[in-house]
Design a protein. Structure first.
Length: 317
């Protein structure tokens, strides 16, 4: 009886500390239908919610680099051309077109580039100098570009620096002119140590997972000016990936070394304020969540796990 009272008391204390700390997501154990299609290390995932498709980028020798699944988990097709070592992947839908953008951190003839593909894998654009690691002096010469986010207007945001010489955030126009560029290697305001993931909210703010500085930094999307940063939520492990939930109320952040997804309260328009961790999803040991994406229709969260060599799907409750 005492034990039961203690359990009830403990639960009460916990819930009063965290508003809404009840579970927010559950694992979809039926996704994908046949996990054996993952034959390499799954580094990244992107959802095309308009057409019900999920793209997975994986690495390895003699494996297809891009796998395409349906939202229900059925394997559809794969493609491989001109992708060396995918790091980040993003799907853009416009009124007339869909395209798949991949950052390639390979060191061979295709690497150090951002590439645009048709949904079937036809190469349409290469940004950067294939095979040449860039210096910070030339805006669109990348050195291990980590991730990309493309707005419907065609404006492009790139975090350039998965461990290369560059540690910066660029905004490019749809014809690849540099609109602004910010960041150097360092720990100061607006500096980066491995800017690893980038996303944009509806309020004109660009969010960057500044991985090795264990913080999130926020910038104005028009000017590139620094708006604020969060570090209190990342004392245990830096943020690897940042995406908004479909309603833009929360940010989903992957923390690879502690095998966790953190769910953070998204600040409303105006001040960045302090970081508030609303909930977490604890993954199995050695899962190593690297990058995530959110289905902006259903709200499902897809997690690319390089330790488990799989992508998992979490459904909002």
């Amino acid at each position: 009886y005492l034990f039961l009272c203690f359990q009830v008391l403990k639960a009460f204390d916990y819930s009063s500390h965290w508003k809404g700390q009840q579970q927010m997501y559950k694992l979809d154990i039926g996704w994908p239908k046949i996990p054996e299609y993952f034959t390499g290390q799954t580094f990244c995932v992107a959802v095309d919610s308009l057409h019900g498709l999920v793209y997975v980028g994986q690495r390895g020798d003699n494996v297809p680099k891009v796998l395409v699944f349906s939202q229900e988990g059925y394997f559809l097709y794969s493609w491989n051309n001109t992708v060396e070592m995918p790091h980040g992947i993003f799907v853009l839908n416009t009124a007339t077109d869909s395209s798949v953008w991949i950052t390639d951190v390979g060191t061979g003839k295709y690497g150090h580039t951002v590439k645009q593909y048709s949904p079937s894998g036809k190469l349409m654009q290469i940004v950067g100098t294939p095979g040449n690691a860039g210096s910070s002096l030339i805006p669109i010469q990348f050195d291990q570009p980590a991730e990309i986010f493309v707005e419907e207007t065609g404006d492009i945001y790139v975090v350039d620096g998965d461990g290369g010489m560059n540690n910066r955030l660029l905004k490019l126009s749809n014809d690849f002119k540099t609109l602004w560029l910010t960041g150097t290697n360092g720990t100061g305001i607006g500096q980066f140590k491995i800017p690893h993931s980038v996303t944009v909210d509806p309020y004109g703010r660009v969010w960057v997972a500044d991985r090795d500085n264990k913080r999130m930094q926020v910038f104005d999307k028009i000017t590139g000016e620094w708006l604020g940063s969060w570090s209190s939520c990342f004392s245990e492990d830096g943020p690897y990936s940042v995406r908004f939930t479909a309603d833009y109320k929360y940010l989903i952040v992957a923390q690879l070394n502690i095998n966790r997804l953190a769910i953070l309260a998204a600040p409303p328009v105006g001040s960045i304020r302090d970081c508030v961790m609303v909930n977490t999803i604890q993954l199995a040991d050695e899962t190593k969540p690297h990058l995530v994406d959110v289905d902006m229709k259903s709200g499902a969260v897809y997690v690319a796990e390089i330790g488990a060599q799989q992508v998992q799907k979490y459904i909002p409750l």
